[in-house]
Every structure is written in structure tokens, then in C-alpha cells.
Design a protein around this ligand. Sequence first.
Ligand code: NAD
Ligand code: LMR
Length: 333
Amino acid sequence: MVKAVVLGAAGGIGQPLSLLLKCNPLITELSLYDIVNTPGVAADLSHIATPAKVAGFLPPDEGLTKALTGAQLVIIPAGVPRKPGMSRDDLFKINAGIVEGLATGIATTAPKAFVLVISNPVNSTVPIVAEVFKKHNVFDPKRIFGVTTLDVVRASTFVADIIGDLSKAPDVVVPVVGGHSGVTIVPLLSQSSHPLPSGFSGEKLNALVNRIQFGGDEVVKAKDGAGSATLSMAYAGAEFAIKVINAMKGQKGIIAPSFVHLTADPAGGEALKKEIGADLEYFSAPVELGPDGVIKINPLGKITDAEKKLVEAAVPDLTKNIQTGIAFTKKSN
Ligand code: NAD
Ligand code: LMR
């Protein structure tokens, strides 16, 4: 029996993500919470012939509490998306308060749930969730995840495209580490399961790295004011959620990059900090998942000099973004 909850379920990501979760037979209960429209989205999804019992909740009347009661997995895509010309950090002003409020609800109602944070800026919203959980004395770093899977999905797709065989996209694995914005997104293409063609280096390689780092901007620009990635994010969010559920149910050897607090695996976290050469509290690293969340934070391993430079370049923004999230929560206490 798995109860999953989507907070922000009526939005551009929330609706297709809820559809994908409803289609997964491992989920037996699906609660949808938003400030608008969840009764309609829930009624619609509830007609799909899969096991999950679907219910929609709204504020006030304890809608959030009712949605979260008994939850094992909570996914948060609530918040405003970017428009052309904006950075993810520009969303902080609005989304920080939204995420803080929702995290308070989770900390008080479902403190043991796995929390998957999609709302941007992820590098700052994950620290907000963690600080709220600390305030309520329920912080477990093994259970709080920033969802960076879309960067991994993009890397797989773009590499398959370059190889000239998109049918390989689902099998291409490229670790993408660091964080989830611009230069903090660090694809480790040298570790791609499917090597790039010989001679794919220099400007071509730089352009591919840049496309993965700024894939979000590509979509924001194409949508021309109508928001940011929603469908690919729903796909990525569902993929990560299913990995977490499979691990929860005892499947072994599941590894996926995610933005986590590095005390989730103290030894692995310390080793990673040495590799990065910076005392960061959070980093998106390939983590091994188990029934209680993070089992192991894997090292970056062998990377090229160019990739070392990308990791170095990610550190200042990551440091600033993490501090911004922590400071916000301290200030609002
Ligand atoms: P959207 O505006 O379409 O949907 C957001 C939903 O959140 C809306 O339905 C809104 O009513 C709801 N909401 C607002 N305040 C709420 C609250 N207090 N409680 C519950 N629900 C609330 O936006 P979207 O396109 O779905 O994007 C959502 C967020 O996800 C944005 O911050 C976006 O930047 C982020 N995002 C992250 C990634 C990633 O890779 N992590 C990818 C794409 C988008
Ligand atoms: C993305 O990577 O597509 C998301 O973070 C949304 C955005 O603002 O780019």
C-alpha cells in the first residue's frame, strides 16, 4: 500500500504528473492538493482503471492535513514558473513562502514521508524544507530530495540524438551532478553509458554541456510566456518517484542523482566534499536508494579536467543558493 500526495496538483506539472502516478499500479492512494481545481482533476483521474484511489483537496477546512494524512511520498510542484528573461532565483520571492507553508504541513502531518521537491529554485527550496523539518524536530536527511531528474533525462535525450539513434535515449545514462540551475548543473559526459562519437570535443562538447545546463531556458523561450517545462518534468518527476517507491519496497541497487543534504550518508558526504573541494551542505550526487531513503552518496569518480572546472564553477552559486534558502527560513521564524 503506497499513498502518494501531489502538492500543486492542478498545475502545468501537477496534472500530467498526477496522471503518470495514477497509471502506476504500485500506488494505491493518490491525494491531490492545490489552492484551485483539485476536485475536478481528481474526479477526472479517478475514472482511470488503475488501483489508486484518488481524492482532491483544497484549502481551507484542513485540506492540506487531510491530503497528507498517512502519506509515504509527497511530491511538490507548487509554485510559479519562469517567463522569458527570468532566472530561477527570480521565483524565490514567491515560491519560498509557498514551499515553507507546505513543508510545515508535511512536518506536522506526515513527518516520515519521502519529500520530493520540484518547485524552483530547487537549490534553495530544498534547504527551506530541511530547515522547516529541523524546526519541528523531524529532520531526516535521508528522506528529503531535490528533483534534478529532468537534467538527467535531457542529457540522455541529447546524447542519444548526437549518437544518431533516439531509440537509445531510454538506455543512455549520464550522471548530472551539482544543482538545478545554469552553471550548477554539471553533466559528467565522460561517464556516459554510451560514449560520444570520436572527435566530439572542443566547441561541440561545450555546446552540448551548455544545452544540458540551459535546457530549461530553451523550453521557457519556446513557450514564450506560457511557463516552463511541464510535460518533460512530469515524466522526470514520475520516473524519480517510481524509483523511490521501488526502493521503499525493497528493490536493490537503485541509483539516481538527487539534490540531498550531505549528512544523508555522512561518510559518503564527507568524501564527496573532498572531491568537490568545498564544504557544501547540499549537492546533487548519484545516491543509492533503500527502504528508508538514501543509503549511500556515491562519489563523482573519475572525471576529466574540464568537468573538474565545471564542478568548481558550480560551487559559488550553489553556496549562495543554499544560504538563501536557509536564511529565509531563519528570518521567518
Ligand atoms: P503552474 O503555475 O502551472 O502550477 C503551479 C501550481 O501550484 C498551480 O496550480 C498553483 O495553483 C499551485 N499552487 C500555488 N500556490 C500553492 C500553494 N500554496 N499550495 C498548493 N498549490 C499551490 O507551474 P508549473 O509549470 O507546474 O511549475 C511549478 C514549479 O515547478 C515552478 O516553480 C517551476 O519553476 C518548477 N519546475 C521545476 C523543475 C525541476 O526540474 N525541478 C522543472 C520544471 C518546473
Ligand atoms: C527546467 O529545468 O526546465 C525547470 O527548472 C524550469 C525552468 O525554469 O527552467
